[in-house]
Design a protein around this ligand. Structure first.
Ligand code: CP
Length: 341
């Protein structure tokens, strides 16, 4: 693959899948695997996560949301960037599975006193944690953590590189609504260049046989992606969403406007915003996804965000199920009796 095409996909570093020691469904196991990006997943591994999440989703609907699966395991969320959905859903996922969960944010820890990432990680390791769920502004930060400490590392977003649990929960939501993934047409709209969600979506969707159509401002759309099989790049949002089964709207990152990558919010909404007229170009039963938080009236109109085609609230709930699946599979190997107990 030429170097300019590799650039989009090679954000961060490569990591071989290590520590796969316990067999699970279909002889696939994620036990001990660091979750750094969907580029490091096989389609079978993605299937395993989605199947496990389906079981886990039942727990969220129970009166008593508690499984003993992770009793005796300790999990830390280590967030250097703000988060509502990802951090809270990992915390709830751990608690529903009986893990001991501790949350660290940069503003309330010794990070404000200048403690380095390396020393923070070593401190957590010495305290005996089994998994560290990490969000950081630097691409490759989660992979760096795997070189420094031994607990399972789950990347909860590293700069513009990857947000693998978001990519998985998007696949899970699509599969729950459409019954399948292979052969679907998904449009991803917005700031493709800087979006870790887009990058994880593209990796995961292509591995599962989904056709991906991209549209966004020229300055935020890497055109060479069109050279990849199954990926189509469009100048106009209308061409990307025509006959789409799913439209995945990305959050427009307001700081990009300041750096001149698109002119104004009003202009963005006019040219790339998802509204009723544009929605009519997609399939009648098109599914609308957005990772949140939303800029309503900019990338998506409120009537679509809360309308009948929207699965945005489902995505939030599915995020808990996916994160329960990831914690179970990486920390226990996901033996059947531990899932359904
Ligand atoms: N989708 C997402 O990552 O949301 P948060 O920033 O709230 O975690």
């Amino acid at each position: 693959m030429p170097s300019h095409r590799k650039a989009f996909f090679d954000f961060g570093f490569h990591l071989k899948c290590e520590g796969v020691t316990v067999l699970s469904k279909n002889n696939v196991s994620l036990r001990g695997k660091n979750i750094l990006g969907l580029e490091y997943f096989t389609p079978e591994e993605i299937e395993l996560v989605l199947d496990t999440a389906k079981e886990m989703k039942n727990i969220i609907h129970r009166d008593i949301k508690k499984l003993p699966t992770l009793r005796g395991k300790s999990v830390v969320t280590l967030f250097y960037e703000p988060s509502t959905r990802t951090r809270t859903s990992f915390e709830l996922a751990g608690k529903y599975l009986s893990a001991d969960v501790v949350n660290i944010t940069s503003s309330t820890s010794s990070i404000v006193k200048g403690e380095s990432l390396r020393d923070t990680l070593l401190t957590l390791e010495d305290m005996g944690v089994d998994a560290i769920i990490m969000r950081h502004s630097a691409e490759g930060a989660a992979e760096y953590a795997t070189k420094v400490v031994s607990p399972v590392i789950i990347n909860a977003g590293d700069g513009a590189h990857a947000h693998p649990s978001q990519g998985l929960l998007n696949l899970f939501t699509i599969k729950q609504h459409k019954g399948t993934l292979k052969g679907l047409k998904v449009a991803i709209i917005g700031d493709i260049l800087h979006s870790r969600v887009a990058r994880s979506d593209i990796w995961g969707m292509r591995k599962m046989g989904i056709e991906v159509h991209l549209a966004g401002p020229k300055t935020l759309l890497p055109r060479y992606l069109a050279e990849e099989p199954g990926i189509f790049v469009h100048d106009r949002i209308e061409d990307a969403i025509k006959d789409a089964d799913v439209i995945n709207v990305l959050r427009i990152q307001l700081e990009r406007m300041k750096s001149g990558l698109f002119p104004s919010l009003r202009e963005y909404a006019r040219v790339f915003g998802l509204n009723k007229e544009r929605l009519a170009l997609a399939k009648k039963d098109v599914l609308i996804l957005h990772p949140g938080p939303m800029n309503k009236g900019v990338e998506i109109s409120p009537e679509i965000a809360y309308g009948p085609n929207s699965a945005i609230q489902d995505q939030v709930q599915n995020g808990v199920a996916i994160r329960m699946a990831l914690l179970t599979l990486t920390l226990t190997g996901g033996k059947e009796n531990e899932i359904t107990d």
